[in-house]
Design a protein around this ligand. Structure first.
Ligand SMILES: Nc1ncnc2c1ncn2[C@@H]1O[C@H](COP(=O)(O)OP(=O)(O)OP(=O)(O)O)[C@@H](O)[C@H]1O
Length: 749
């Protein structure tokens, strides 16, 4: 009994705290763990390892396997990477976890061992709080200067004068969040409410450290946070971005294998996926494709997609969950079911903070706490049940929510600025803000500040690394590759459409230029062959360019989100994408080349065919790479498609068919050198009419006559040029993606 009480007694341990357990019973070997269950035990979730420390009369006696520790939801508890246990008593680095075999050794020694446990998370029975002070200002154009109607010379003269005079600066600062101070604890489901534009999303971005440009700080258990904060927190975005070709189970498994702590065994991660599917009520769609907007797959409903988003974040077992507009786009019953799931999650020992537009009264009743905002300031923060009483206390009848009225609607409307009465409503807002600032609720919110270790850090400029990649690059590559292969078979737009298009256009082009094989090289035949090659190259180039843009653009957004969440690195993802992309970039031009070669009566020799098909494939690889560049740059297929003609045109003009390349000089010569179609065209003609060909006639006596106006290089040079362009553009696309992930690491809205 006594030991049971000891086991339930929580200890207040912060993010950085280390507990030094000394005097470990040196005889407590893992073989005796069974009997230790009867002794008092307290749960510890350490950095990278979850295990129980068993105590007998306050003395640590042993450690139990991570695999047996459950966090109360039937799932194994998991921790973040970071400093861990060290036999010598010193803190070890993130890559140096002391794993169970090492612990066993430590416990089997006869000498006394000093054990330090650095804790990444607090759990059941333990105290956990999140506190913040946030002021956010963003630079904007000074309205006084921006609204100037000065035009032309006068404007220029004024600009020149303003440098030397005391004119207002052209840029000023707009306060988005004005000195927000607050505190939330585990077990709470907090709704951040307020009218549109009051700063809800900005607040969530700051408190989750996705926007690090605010002045102030975030504290966990009154200690300033560090980079490990990102492992404690999950962020559910307003829009649900998934690969449409994955099933719910496949998607969650993918994230479980990439984002969970590597110390947690694979079977436990898979078990966690199954538990979460049940927790968020997705059993009935667990094997359905996710689909989504813009995809031909209908997929899941909006509410189900929301719940998949929550489950994805819950996989890594975060202590805090931030959810932006988590009921937007859902009907009342869906919104309620999502909130019920969140309430369950919060009750399981987590803190959930979510922004929400006017919720229904049913949904509102599910929140434990409310933060009411307006114009970047707080009007009320505290328990939901005390909200009405708080306004009642002010003694103003206009602040009382009428009976049978949705309180969420009432209070959000109360604190909004009304365009029909801007002065009156602004006065009421200012008054309510002042009342809250002086209220005991506000004072209680800032009590914790006295305990803060480094108050001077309120102006601290932080720069945390957001991503923590848990899985190795190889695992990331393997899982991405498997996912891409599944997408190839399930998404006819990426593979089937390109292949089908190549098949049909190959037949059309082949029949249009059909002649007897190995026809004599008359002027007419050579002209037709030039036209055929030009159109064949153009056709392959357009099919592959557009197929790549369509397939890769949409996926880039999903990848960026996954990269931010720490699922996969740019290199692993991009390499897997390149490998699977080859299926289209090789199969399509090969089928196309085979049909054209067979129907159009080109040179009948195995070597002739393979070089012809090889050039087609290299051409496809080049334009596939260019497609990757455009998609990586924009992430929007429409913008990428709009930019594509800029690349198409010079290639077409300087292919050697539209313009005599022997006459180019200067800038035109440069464009001719970088025209990919030019090299493909020359390579095909050289292959079709080799110097030793017996097909030359008096009109076209030799290869030089065929290549006239092309300013052609030898065959091998053309092939090398094509291969090099494919590699260079592929590397450029990689660098663009790398740059974007680095720049978008910190989201500033
Ligand atoms: N980077 C920025 N530059 C300029 N203004 C900004 C920036 N970020 C936010 N704002 C402004 O700050 C205000 C609050 O924006 P925010 O998106 O946080 O509001 P919100 O309450 O989430 O609105 P909604 O409910 O409509 O999504 C808005 O007026 C917005 O235009």
């Amino acid at each position: 009994m006594e030991s049971d009480q000891r086991s339930q007694k929580g200890t207040n341990v912060g993010l950085h705290d280390e507990i030094a357990y000394e005097s470990i019973d040196s005889h407590a070997s893992p073989s005796r763990l069974g009997s230790m269950d009867r002794l008092g035990s307290s749960r510890l979730v350490t950095v990278g390892l979850a295990y129980e420390v068993c105590r007998d009369r306050g003395v640590v006696t042993g450690i139990k396997d991570a695999a047996t520790v459950e966090d109360g939801t039937g799932c194994p508890a998991q921790g973040e990477r970071g400093p861990s246990v060290d036999r010598a008593g010193t803190k070890s680095g993130s890559s140096n976890h002391l794993r169970l075999p090492a612990l066993e050794t430590a416990f089997s020694t006869k000498t006394q061992t000093k054990l330090r446990v650095s804790r990444g998370k607090s759990y059941e029975g333990e105290h956990f709080s999140l506190s913040w002070t946030i002021t956010l200002q963003v630079p904007i154009k000074n309205p006084a200067v921006g609204e100037s109607t000065d035009k032309g010379l006068w404007s220029l003269l004024r600009k020149g004068r303003s440098k030397a005079s005391s004119d207002p600066p052209r840029r000023t600062k707009k306060t988005i969040l004005d000195g927000l101070v607050g505190r939330a604890e585990k077990g709470q489901l907090m709704a951040v409410m307020g009218s549109s534009g009051c700063g809800k999303t900005s607040f969530l971005n700051c408190i989750s450290m996705r926007n690090q440009s605010f002045v102030g700080n975030i504290f966990v258990n009154e200690k300033e946070i560090d980079g490990r904060y990102f492992s404690l927190a999950g962020f559910v975005h307003q829009d649900d971005l998934f690969l449409p070709t994955e099933t719910v189970r496949e998607h969650l498994t993918f994230h479980a294998l990439l984002r969970c702590d590597p110390c947690v065994r694979k079977d436990l991660r898979l078990k966690r996926v199954e538990t979460l599917i049940k927790t968020v009520n997705l059993e009935h769609v667990s094997d359905s494709l996710l689909g989504g907007p813009g995809s031909f797959i209908r997929g899941l409903s909006g509410g189900e997609r929301r719940r998949v988003s929550f489950a994805t974040e819950l996989l890594s077992d975060p202590v805090i969950i931030f959810a932006d507009e988590f009921t937007t786009g859902l009907d009342a019953s869906m919104a309620k079911s999502v909130c019920l799931a969140l309430r369950k999650v919060a009750a399981g020992g987590r803190l959930v903070i979510g922004t929400i537009h006017q919720p229904s009264s049913d949904v509102f009743a599910l929140f434990t706490h409310v933060m009411l905002m307006t114009q970047g300031r707080v009007i009320y923060m505290g328990p939901r049940t005390a909200l009405a009483a708080y306004f009642e206390r002010q003694g103003d009848p206009s602040l009382l929510c009428p009976p049978r009225h949705n309180p969420a609607d009432f209070f959000v409307t109360l604190v909004a600025l009304h365009p029909q009465d801007p002065v009156g409503s602004q006065k009421r807002i200012d008054n309510l803000v002042a009342i809250y600032q002086a209220s005991p609720e506000r004072v209680a919110m800032s009590d914790w500040q006295q305990d803060v270790a480094f108050p001077e850090l309120l102006l601290y400029h932080r720069s945390f690394k957001m991503r923590h990649f848990q899985a190795s690059s190889y695992t990331q590559f393997r899982l991405c590759f498997q996912r891409n292969v599944r997408a190839l078979f399930r998404d006819p737009m990426s593979f089937g459409a390109a292949l089908g298009s190549g098949f049909i256009t190959g037949i059309i082009l082949g029949l249009a230029y059909a002649t007897a094989p190995n026809a004599p090289a008359t002027a007419e035949h050579v002209r037709n062959t030039e036209g055929l090659f030009f159109l064949a190259n153009l056709q392959v180039f357009l099919i592959i360019l557009y197929a790549t843009i369509m397939a890769f653009s949409a996926e880039t957004k999903v990848f960026m989100r996954e990269n931010q969440a720490g699922a996969n690195r740019v290199g692993a993802y991009y390499l897997s994408k390149t490998f699977t992309g080859w299926a289209v970039e090789i199969a399509m031009p090969f089928v196309f080349a085979l049909l054209v070669w067979a129907l159009a009566g080109l040179q009948r020799s195995p070597e002739g065919f393979f070089i012809f098909a090889g050039v087609m494939i290299l051409n496809a690889l080049c334009f596939g790479s260019i497609g990757y560049c455009l998609a990586a740059m924009t992430s929007d297929p429409q913008i990428a498609m709009a930019i594509a003609p800029v690349l198409v045109l010079p290639n077409v003009v300087f292919s050697g068919i539209m313009y005599d390349l022997s006459l180019t000089y200067g800038f035109r010569e440069f464009l001719a050198y970088i025209s990919i179609l030019r090299y493909a065209q020359a390579a095909m003609l050289i292959n079709e009419f080799p110097p030793s060909s017996t097909r030359f006639t008096s009109e076209i006596p030799n290869q030089e006559a065929v290549l006239e106006g092309l300013n052609a290089f030898p065959l091998s040079t053309n092939l090398w040029a094509l291969a090099s362009a494919a590699v260079v553009f592929r590397i450029i696309a990689y660098l663009i993606l790398l740059l974007r992930t680095t720049r978008e690491r910190i989201v500033v809205r």
